[in-house]
Design a protein around this ligand. Structure first.
Ligand code: DC
Length: 230
């Protein structure tokens, strides 16, 4: 395989991209980056410090002054570990409160510019990377070797979320999950900077009828075959 390999995986909430990206990275023996966790980490820190999420300059300062370290695979249900100023906040960033507020951070162009720069720096440092989010193939790594866009029907994504929460001991109704997810989809796609969209040269993988192993296998084979032929 080539020395440097950048693979981006974008897609809506619940498309399975975190689990797929983590497993694909493990199979290829390269680094996995969960960029949503970086937006979540800043959201968690802002909530902790009681910074108003509409205060763009306080949030910008927070982003500039803090150290967000994606710290590799976590195992279990959480595919990636993350530290904020040295503290491991892997489970804190998955709270419903952080999930509900993270769009406020993700909507701020200045915050995005800082995190995009950090993600590009991580890419340069580690060399090869599977990175997932909303804007990885379009904005952060426009020259990536492989760009995937994972999708699934909204009902399927909501059902996956219901089951995932149940496994973690939380019972939430399907209708509630579906309606929150519709709001997140709308916000993600309507964002002025770095919106969720299919990269022009991206490969769309429709995963409604597939399980995680099949999706990982599909992406892995795609990469391996292309790399062999290229
Ligand atoms: O994928 P996730 O649910 O962990 O993402 C958390 C939030 O960050 C969500 O509001 C979408 C946003 N996000 C983003 O705007 N750009 C990314 N590259 C990754 C996530």
């Amino acid at each position: 395989m080539k020395k440097r390999l950048i693979i981006t995986i974008d897609g809506p909430a619940g498309s399975g991209k975190s689990t797929v990206a983590a497993q694909l990275a493990r199979r290829l023996g390269i680094t996995y980056l969960d960029t949503g966790a970086m937006y979540r980490a800043l959201t968690w820190a802002a909530l902790e410090r009681k910074i108003c999420l509409d205060d763009a300059s306080a949030l910008k300062r927070l982003a500039q002054e803090s150290c967000i370290e994606p710290a590799g695979p976590a195992g279990g249900d959480s595919p990636s570990r993350i530290r904020f100023d040295g503290r491991d906040i892997t489970s804190e960033i998955r709270s419903p409160e952080v999930t509900d507020h993270s769009h406020k951070i993700a909507d701020q162009p200045e915050i995005r510019a800082i995190l995009v720069e950090q993600q590009q720096r991580i890419g340069r440092t580690v060399g090869s990377l599977v990175t997932e989010g909303r804007d990885q193939g379009t904005v952060v790594f426009p020259d990536a070797d492989f760009k995937f866009y994972l999708d699934a029907s909204e009902k399927c994504r909501a059902q996956r979320r219901v089951e995932q929460l149940k496994t973690n001991g939380t019972e939430v109704g399907f209708d509630e999950i579906l309606s929150t997810q519709q709001q997140r989809d709308k916000r993600d796609s309507a964002r002025a900077v770095g919106p969720l969209k299919i990269p022009p040269d991206g490969h769309v993988i429709e995963t409604t009828e597939m399980d995680i192993e099949q999706v990982v296998e599909t992406l892995y084979n795609f990469v391996i075959v292309e790399e062999r032929e290229g």
